[in-house]
Structure formats: C-alpha cells, structure tokens
Design a binder for this molecule. Sequence first.
Ligand code: DC
Length: 225
Amino acid sequence: MSKLNVAIDGPAGAGKSTVAKLLADKLGLLYIDTGSMYRALTWKALQLNYDFNDTAALAELSSEVMIKLITDNQNYRVFIDGEDVTGKIRQPEVSQRVSLVARIPEVRKNMVRQQQSMAASGGVVMDGRDIGTRVLPDAQAKFFLTASIEERARRRQRDLKQKGYHVPLETLMAEISQRDYIDQNRETDPLVPAEEAIIIDTTGLTINQVVEQMVQHIENVSDCK
Ligand code: DC
C-alpha cells in the first residue's frame, strides 16, 4: 500500500489546521497547509500593489512566484521568493482578499500542481478547501470539518488576539460569511465535501475529541486494506 495521505477540508475557522497538525504528529506524517500558499500569493500581490480585480495579472503572478513550505510540524514556515512571510500572511489585509485570489482558475491550477507534487510520494496530512475533491482525490482518508459561524469567529478572534490583533466578533462573522460565500460559490473547485468524506461538526467538541474521531476512522480504513 502507498504511504497514507489524509485530506482535510472545510470552511475558515472550522479547526482544520490545529487538528491537522496534531493528527500529522500522531501518525508521523507531514502537515501541509494549502491555504498558506494562497495567502502568500495574496501577500505578494498586496506588496506589489496589484489590482485584485485584475485576474489575468494575478494569474501571471501565480506562475512566476516561488512558494516554499518548510515543515517539521512543530515549526511551519512559509516563504515566497525567498522571503519568510509566515506571520505576515495572517494579517487581516491578507485574510480580506485571499478568496478573491483563490477563485481564479489559473491560480488554482498552479497551486494544485505544486500541492500534488508535494504529496506524490505519500505521507501527508493536507488541509484546504479542495483537497479531497481535486488535489488528492485518491487520499485514503478524507474529512470535512464544519462548525457554526459564531464558534468559528470566536476561534479566529482568539487566534488574532494572540498575534496582537483585536478584531470585533461581528466583523469576523461578516468576514467569515463573505469568505464562505466566495469559497462555496466559485466556479473552479468550490468548497464542497468529497462524496466519501467523513463530516465532523466540531462545534462544542474539544480538539482532542476531533483528532480521536479521525484516528479511529483512519485505523478502520487501514484495517480494511
Ligand atoms: O484556510 P485559510 O483560511 O488559510 O485559506 C485562505 C483562503 O484560501 C480561503 O479563502 C480559501 C482559500 N483556499 C482554497 O481556495 N483552497 C485551498 N486548498 C486552501 C485555501
């Protein structure tokens, strides 16, 4: 059997990255956050004063930049054209624009190609929006995490607070709803659960409870092989 690949999809703030990191550690796999690639590209476009309605220019930029993820799970770093943007890509300016970049088909094609090559030899836990449906359709385990908008906004607010940003809950709820709408309604690879994905509503569950459910499912899948 080829080395295990795990796909985790779901909307912003559903807890994907936290559980994906833990799951990767537990299973001895490599964690890959595909959202960080779209964010790095968005950050670069902001630096270069791109017009976010100019899809052709953004598509071209996506084919020119060099995005590198360096990960040993504990220490996850994102580089674009040699610059470490790990912290910068979480800035609210990036979060507000990233869905506009991620909906461009040519941008997605470039990102998906890189993501598939990172997972080609197996052994990854990859999180994003289209991992089970597009990037890794053959992944041995697929999960789709959800949570209520309120809970997701509250989690985002806590994360941002730790990074020194204070954003009102209502602002975050509005932003998350808008991002969900764009992610779910774009033409290319919209956010939808893969047919065979296990759907987990994380509202009211602890991180460990979610990870446990996933581990159990993966053990069942592995037993069936
Ligand atoms: O998971 P995140 O919030 O860091 O994702 C940032 C944006 O990138 C979000 O608007 C959805 C988009 N994205 C995507 O379209 N496909 C992916 N595989 C990962 C993220």
